[in-house]
Write a protein that binds this ligand. Sequence first.
Ligand code: ATP
Ligand code: MG
Length: 281
Amino acid sequence: MQLVRAAESKRREVPTARSEDAAPSATGIDVRDVSKIFALGASEQTVALKPLSLTIRKGEFFSFIGPSGCGKTTLLRIIAGLTTPTTGGVFINGTQVTGPDSRIGMVFQKSTLLPWRTVLQNLLLPVEVTKSCSMQEARSRADRLLEMMGIAAFKNRSPDELSGGMQQRAAIARALITDPEILAMDEPFSALDEFTRERLNDELMGLQKSAQKTIIFVTHNISEAVFLSDRIGVMAPRPGRLDSIIEAQGFPAVRDASLRKKQEFFREVARARDAFDRLHL
Ligand SMILES: Nc1ncnc2c1ncn2[C@@H]1O[C@H](COP(=O)(O)OP(=O)(O)OP(=O)(O)O)[C@@H](O)[C@H]1O
Ligand SMILES: [Mg+2]
């Protein structure tokens, strides 16, 4: 992975985003001068994010890693239109995000499946709300997604009857039901044991390549970020900010589980760790 300091990466990766007049990128996600300050009462405030700009390319797997409180969730929520930035804006394929955006499917850390609905009914919920396609079409998509995620046999079960890994598989299937071009995932596998997480990492990798999604992924886990990502944004706390961007180098185009045992993987994990050490936390 090649380390690019954030200031440099802004020049290299979003050369046009520096100028307010420049048109946003026609493809991909432009995050432009986005910052977030939370007011805490009359006199106190938290700078959750200092102004940040970057472009995530269409089809890219981009991860954010960083210690607790450095603004990862805040940034993801701003990109998905769930939180309004204090300054700046986010553009998807050149169009500004102004609220919850159907172009993005969200997967959260904890399963947000509704316990009183079956797995299938949970999957259908986004279509009931957005009416993005007919229910008949949604049902056949749900069947395909449940099959793909390996939980077809559980479609009529309650989420409580599923293991944690199966619940996250269902949450991913639900995020994909409206066929969004972007999947935004906030520590989706952090509550899982290592083996389950690695298996889901492998499946996610396969899914991204076959369905050609852009994935924005938040994790605390350096190995997970290295295994999955084309690029990793390293974030730092107090105040929350993007410190640097590291780029995958020397990995095969198709990554599979065998990569985890290879020298190049260990080397890249060590480089990502170096980027962390430079934060002097
Ligand atoms: N709704 C809110 N109101 C006030 N402060 C908030 C709010 N949401 C987040 N913050 C503050 O903003 C900062 C960044 O929070 P955020 O949840 O984005 O961090 P994070 O990097 O996702 O942390 P973690 O790794 O623990 O999930 C923290 O100091 C947090 O207390
Ligand atoms: Mg968070």
